[in-house]
Design a protein around this ligand. Structure first.
Ligand code: SF4
Length: 341
């Protein structure tokens, strides 16, 4: 199924400019965008994956990862094929890179926005995640679903590489409650050579989405020898702490995936050191991921230092939430930042 990709505008020279992401594709009749799922047909940009979900699951919200967003709740999660990045270490390359590996083919099962909302409610979810591939490439599908979700009392979360344009963020912000944004590294060379993108638009999107009042958490996958120097880790933490020390930072362990089979897994000591660096830079909420480490997956009160949400499991899915009045430390009543109801 295809649908007008209205997050776009026509240019004087006859091309169509896509306004969804910072790849800023300018396309002629018949051309596909870098994501492989937006194409100009009869002078109009079309989204070719509208209503076609390639991956659908009910997940614990902690898996996104979102640790300060309705902890312990279920989140209905779906994505389509296609992506605006080409990360060599992609963990969902079978769907994200599908249109590049199988030109002009779209796969998935029908899932209209109304069906997504109805299924989320049926399975007792409190929110919907647009995830698995990059959601901004199927922007109009997420927008229509998010609007219906809000009408039904559900919240919405983007799990994203942070390439949304300001126009996309402005348009979606009234319906978008949370984002987990990857900060994949802190060098242009990493973004360009490994991901097919640029660093600056990502940092701009983090800042802009935060300024719009959307709840932000970030994730960095530490890949041995590529983005795990102490200097680079500190730069990410410093950037984020300057924006707000309340933004949770998830530091994840890499394991060989997709085109990156030649690197070892991230040693636990690298994650532990990154955790310490995040704290040294002033971040209040730092977490390790893809590893079972209760001490570094749990939430501590920034006021008294006591554990207020206990998490176990490699994605922190086993939770004992000690917060009172939804968001307050039970020992000193300090408010913990996040979305709690
Ligand atoms: S969403 Fe796709 S078509 Fe639009 S700018 Fe990004 S890569 Fe290009």
């Amino acid at each position: 199924m295809s649908s007008p990709a209205w997050m776009s505008h026509k240019l004087d020279d006859g091309r169509v400019a896509c306004d969804a992401c910072s790849q800023h594709c300018k396309l002629q009749e018949g051309e596909y965008g870098i994501c492989g799922i937006r194409r100009v047909e009869n002078g109009e940009l079309r989204l070719l994956t509208y209503g076609i979900a390639a991956a659908v699951n009910v997940d614990p919200v902690e898996k996104k990862p979102m640790f300060h967003f309705l902890p312990g709740s279920r989140i209905f999660s779906f994505g389509t094929v296609g992506c605006n990045f080409s990360c060599q270490f992609c963990q969902n390359a079978d769907i994200s890179q599908y249109p590049k590996e199988h030109p002009h083919r779209i796969i998935g099962r029908p899932l209209s926005p109304a069906e997504a909302v109805a299924t989320a409610l049926e399975y007792g979810c409190d929110s919907i995640a647009y995830t698995y591939n990059e959601p901004v490439v199927f922007f109009e599908y997420t927008y229509d679903t998010a609007r219906l979700a809000h009408e039904a009392g559900l919240k919405n979360v983007y799990v994203t590489s942070g390439y949304e344009t300001r126009k996309a963020i402005d348009t979606l912000a009234p319906y978008l409650d949370g984002m987990n944004i990857d900060i994949k590294g802190y060098t242009q060379s990493f973004y360009k050579d490994i991901c097919g993108a640029s660093l600056k638009p990502v940092l701009d999107a983090v800042e802009y989405a935060h300024s719009k009042g959307i709840w932000i958490e970030t994730t960095t996958l530490l890949i041995p020898g590529l983005n795990d120097s102490q200097e680079e880790i500190r730069s990410i933490a410093h950037f984020q702490a300057a924006l707000s020390p309340d933004i949770p930072w998830h530091i994840s362990a890499f394991h060989p995936m997709y085109k990156m089979q030649d690197r070892p897994r991230t040693p636990p000591e690298t994650l532990r050191r990154a955790y310490e660096i995040g704290k040294e830079e002033g971040l209040r909420y730092v977490y390790v991921g893809n590893i079972d480490d209760e001490a570094r997956e749990s939430t501590y009160c920034p006021g008294c230092g006591k554990m207020v949400i206990d998490r176990q499991g490699h994605i922190g899915q086993y939770i004992t939430n000690h917060l009172v009045e939804k968001n307050r430390c039970p020992y000193c009543a300090t408010a913990i930042a996040g979305v709690w109801s």
